[in-house]
Ligand binder design. Structure first.
Ligand code: SF4
Length: 379
């Protein structure tokens, strides 16, 4: 890309792009609740997919500056064997520079596929943060979810990470599961807190159409999930975790920088099937279909898109508030936005849902679990 300069043609500046997300859609088996862009049992697509990613990374390199943070998610990125992981890291580095130089580089892993060899390889590659999917510490619940790993597998994977030198590990849990009591959830929480991870996330079960859970008639349990959430907060805080986003808890300084950029409405680039990007008020996502992605990524127009939309200024302002309110510290609004939304802010404050201090607004702690009620006001 070139632009006219005073002395002739000069390279145009690369667009800043703080966050880079790379999606690996492959899984060994679909979990019962899974509504993510993932597919199981199609390992023959992995190599063509990596070639497609390389083409997309190469094309993006000419447009975007080096990112600050990297997040490799899925699917199950840890499903890739050591050689393919090397291929993945080298295509990222060819496009965006050394992984070890980034402010943060995260990698999602599932316990059953995280071997000692892979843990060491991640560390050598410059990955600094690993997010391990556990969901619950009771094997009967893991079976019910269709997870492949037992709690013992998880403990082994966690040990491999620590032995490889990882000092920034997130563990994912779930609430509101079928046959999960509040006691089960608190046992899971206490068992993982005993391992002293740096970060814990937990999400309430959502049952989406088209998933095995929907076919089985599994129901969401928002009240049970809310009870588990309320029980967990004081325990996490007493354990030194700061609640910094609706679903996320971190030891000081261990917040996810990559996700904070999303909540700050920063720009990000997504590579791979289903990966979304946001730049300068335009949001787009690649096709969710990995095979279509593979067929189109290296073509002249780049990967097929699932959607592309230009956000209106009004929509961007509303989204800025909704994203900012996800953080427990809330958001300091510029004066014009504060004035524009003042009536709704006052209404939510009068209902006891929002705390207002100057132009900083935040959802009251006790209302965080019903944050959707607040978000609806800004849609
Ligand atoms: S491991 Fe994650 S992405 Fe893969 S099927 Fe299970 S929930 Fe879905």
């Amino acid at each position: 890309m070139v632009q006219k300069g005073s002395g002739g043609l000069a390279p145009s500046p690369l667009l800043p792009m703080p966050g880079l997300y790379v999606h690996l859609p492959f899984c060994r088996r679909k979990c019962g609740y899974c509504d993510f862009a993932s597919l199981a049992g199609r390992d023959e697509l992995i190599d063509p997919y990596l070639r497609a990613l390389k083409a997309e990374a190469g094309r993006s390199k000419a447009v975007f500056a080096k990112p600050d943070t990297l997040y490799i998610g899925g699917g199950t990125p840890s499903l890739l064997g050591p050689e393919r992981l090397q291929t993945l890291f080298s295509l990222i580095e060819t496009g965006f520079g050394p992984i070890k130089d980034l402010r943060e580089a995260s990698f999602e892993a599932n316990p059953e596929s995280l071997t000692p060899e892979k843990a060491a390889l991640l560390k050598t590659a410059g990955i600094g943060r690993v997010s391990l999917g556990l969901q619950a510490s009771q094997d009967r619940l893991l079976d019910r979810l269709g997870r492949l790993a037992s709690f013992e597998d998880f403990l082994k994977a966690f040990r491999h990470l620590r032995l490889s030198g990882f000092d920034n590990i997130n563990i994912d849990l779930m609430t509101g599961l079928p046959e999960q009591s509040p006691e089960d959830f608190m046992t899971s929480l206490k068992e993982i807190m005993a391992l002293e991870p740096e970060h814990i996330s937990f999400y309430a079960l959502e049952v989406h159409e088209g998933t095995p859970f929907a076919a089985q008639g599994v129901r969401e349990a928002p009240e049970a999930a809310a009870e588990m959430f309320a029980l967990a907060l004081p325990v996490l805080e007493a354990g030194g975790f700061r609640h910094y986003e609706i679903s996320n808890f971190a030891r000081p300084g261990r917040e996810s920088l990559h996700n904070l950029n999303y909540w700050d409405q920063g720009d990000y680039l997504g590579l791979g099937s289903a990966a979304a990007s946001h730049s300068g008020g335009v949001r787009r996502a690649n096709t969710k279909d990995p095979e279509l992605y593979i067929r189109t990524a290296a073509g002249p127009g780049g990967p097929a898109l699932e959607y592309s939309e230009t956000l209106t200024p009004a929509r961007r302002r509303a989204e800025k508030i909704m994203l900012g309110l996800r953080k427990t510290g809330g958001i300091e609004l510029p004066e014009d936005i504060f004035i524009e939304f003042k009536e709704r802010i006052d209404g939510l404050s009068a209902r006891g849902l929002l705390e207002v201090s100057g132009r900083r607004i935040r959802i009251k702690r006790e209302a965080l679990y019903v944050s959707n009620v607040v978000f609806r006001e800004f849609v």
